[in-house]
Design a binder for this molecule. Structure first.
Ligand SMILES: Cc1cc2nc3c(=O)[nH]c(=O)nc-3n(C[C@H](O)[C@H](O)[C@H](O)COP(=O)(O)OP(=O)(O)OC[C@H]3O[C@@H](n4cnc5c(N)ncnc54)[C@H](O)[C@@H]3O)c2cc1C
Length: 503
């Protein structure tokens, strides 16, 4: 949406989303948006924190652009009516800021307590709906990129009725978000199946850093309950982590205790969790926790739990993909005509580990820059007008719904067990063989879940290959068999897809 608003100044923009436009990782973001709005020193510290969290692999240029241009993008949001929380709860009050893991100071703006992403998505959507040149196509799934003479000229997609359609465009921007659905345990919504990465890879674009998947340390952990996120802001506001014996254990793992980098906290919880549940404890925190965390509090009420009164059971879940379609800071991929921004892209801004709350900012900043680049390119496919034509679906026999869901569940389980938070050579090899076996029974047919299944398989394969290749531990990628850094590890693993189409 950040890109579409700008592109609408130069032509017609079609925004395609799999469900309603607001249904996205963005809408689920709770904790907030990190931004340096206090001048040079503030910007410098934000840059330092981003680089430190990324564990040696942050692309400095991208990080600099993010922290420097962030404040302009957030000012713009304020102009468009995004209501961040303010002192005294009035529009005249100063913006409230909180702190999360690995941030050296409180710089995270939030909205409606713990519903920052929804507020940003809704205010952007309100703005987008008022722009005539932007056409929205909801409940449609893009299937593949159309490539002609080495240039991306459009996409094929399944429309709301399940028909296959092609859309020609002067340029295509992938803004399809993450891929948490690769894993059985994830904080991500159902739409996050890595489609953009799989499409780009199939079309021959370079994909990078796929071994770096961030696992959020504290997703709700109760049998039968969703892995609802217990925001890092809870720890920012003083929550402790305690094990089944009631001991506060983070001092054994990191000097920053509960606010240590996410990968350290996630591994600590996994280790402590081998002897029973791990809990968030806010019983010592004073203040109105219901008012500060209304969304989380309402969720917990369903399970008869309350933040300041009860221990809240938590365990890690797949959360954010640092890798993705390789781009420069202007969203240019290795394929002419194809751009990417947001979680689907890999500018290198997060290196091996994303600093908490940097990704909402990433979408705003790099979405805007990608739009500028798309505008500046001489893109000449026909008249450049939007052309929509229907092609007949291929006549293959589709795999049934139940079999497809079973197949997807198997893939997600094997990725969680053998290519998840803690990895080693044997497990990753098992995952690779498991994916090879699943390739034989791959769901067939042109329907959304079938397309997603095949995309999940591509993305899972890329993660396993990259994780096998990196024989060291760095950032979010932890190898039990190579627990240390290796100097050779200071470069990214990049793969380039081959041109082939989904059958
Ligand atoms: C529970 C949770 C909490 C988070 N908290 C924070 C936080 O506090 N701060 C922060 O900075 N970040 C947070 N994050 C991360 C952040 O929300 C995401 O990284 C970011 O919002 C991604 O934005 P995006 O625009 O790249 O993708 P999304 O917001 O995920 O949007 C992707 C869109 O692409 C569409 N799409 C995908 N595939 C297709 C297809 N094949 N065809 C058509 N449409 C498609 C989807 O339907 C969706 O609309 C959180 C994430 C989660 C899940």
């Amino acid at each position: 949406m950040s890109a579409a608003i700008r592109l609408a100044n130069i032509g017609t923009v079609l925004v395609v989303t799999k469900e309603e436009l607001a249904e996205s990782n963005t809408a689920y973001a709770q904790g907030g948006i990190a931004v340096a709005m206090g001048g040079d020193e503030d910007v410098r510290l934000h840059l330092e924190d981003t680089i430190a969290a990324g564990d040696g692999l942050v692309n400095r240029e991208a990080a600099q652009v993010l922290v420097e241009q962030g404040s302009q993008r957030v000012e713009e949001l304020l102009e468009w009516g995004t209501a961040f929380d303010r002192e005294g709860g009035t529009a005249a009050g100063a913006l409230l800021r909180t702190r999360e893991g690995a941030h050296s100071l409180s710089r995270i703006l939030h909205a409606n307590g713990d519903a920052t992403g929804r507020e940003i998505a809704v205010s952007l959507l309100r703005h987008v709906r008022g722009i005539e040149n932007i056409e929205l196509m909801e409940w449609a799934t893009t299937v593949d990129l159309l490539v002609e003479d080495g240039r991306v000229v459009g996409v094929s997609l399944l429309d709301g009725e399940g028909g296959l359609t092609t859309v020609l465009a002067r340029a295509v921007l992938l803004a399809s978000g993450g891929a948490g659905q690769i894993y059985s345990d994830t904080t991500n919504p159902a739409v996050a199946t890595g489609d953009g990465i799989a499409m780009a890879y199939r079309a021959g674009a370079a994909v990078s850093d796929m071994e770096f998947y961030q696992f959020h340390p504290t997703a709700f952990s109760m049998a039968g309950a969703p892995r609802f996120l217990m925001s890092e802001a809870l720890r920012g506001e003083g929550a402790w982590l305690v094990n089944a014996r009631g001991e506060r254990f983070m001092e054994r793992y990191h000097p920053l205790l509960e606010l240590a980098p996410r990968d350290v906290v996630a591994r600590a919880i996994t280790r402590e969790g081998m002897d029973g549940e791990v809990y968030l404890d806010m019983r010592h925190v004073v203040g109105d926790l219901f008012a500060r965390f209304p969304g989380i509090s309402k969720f917990l009420t369903k399970y008869r739990l309350e933040l300041g009164r009860d221990l809240i059971p938590v365990r890690p879940a797949a959360h954010y993909l640092m890798g993705g379609v390789k781009t420069d800071v202007h969203g240019r991929t290795s394929l002419p005509g194809l751009f990417a921004a947001g979680e689907v892209a890999c500018t290198g801004v997060h290196g091996a580990n994303r600093l908490a709350s940097n990704s909402l900012l990433e979408g705003l900043v790099f979405g805007a820059l990608a739009a500028e680049a798309m505008e500046g390119e001489q893109l000449g496919v026909g008249s450049g007008e939007l052309v929509v034509g229907v092609v007949a679906p291929r006549g293959e026999v589709a795999t049934g719904e139940v079999a497809t869901e079973r197949w997807i569940a198997e893939l997600r389980d094997l990725m969680w067990k053998d290519a998840g938070l803690l990895r080693d050579h044997n497990g990753l090899e098992r995952a690779r063989r498991g994916l090879d076996a699943l390739a034989i029974t791959m769901p067939r047919g042109l329907f959304r879940r079938g397309v997603e299944a095949r995309n999940l398989h591509v993305v899972a394969g890329l993660i396993v290959a990259a994780a096998l290749g990196r024989e060291e531990s760095r950032g979010a990628h932890y190898r039990n068999d190579f627990p240390e850094h290796d100097a050779v590890g200071l470069h990214s693993v990049m793969v380039r897809g081959e041109l082939r189409f989904m059958a």
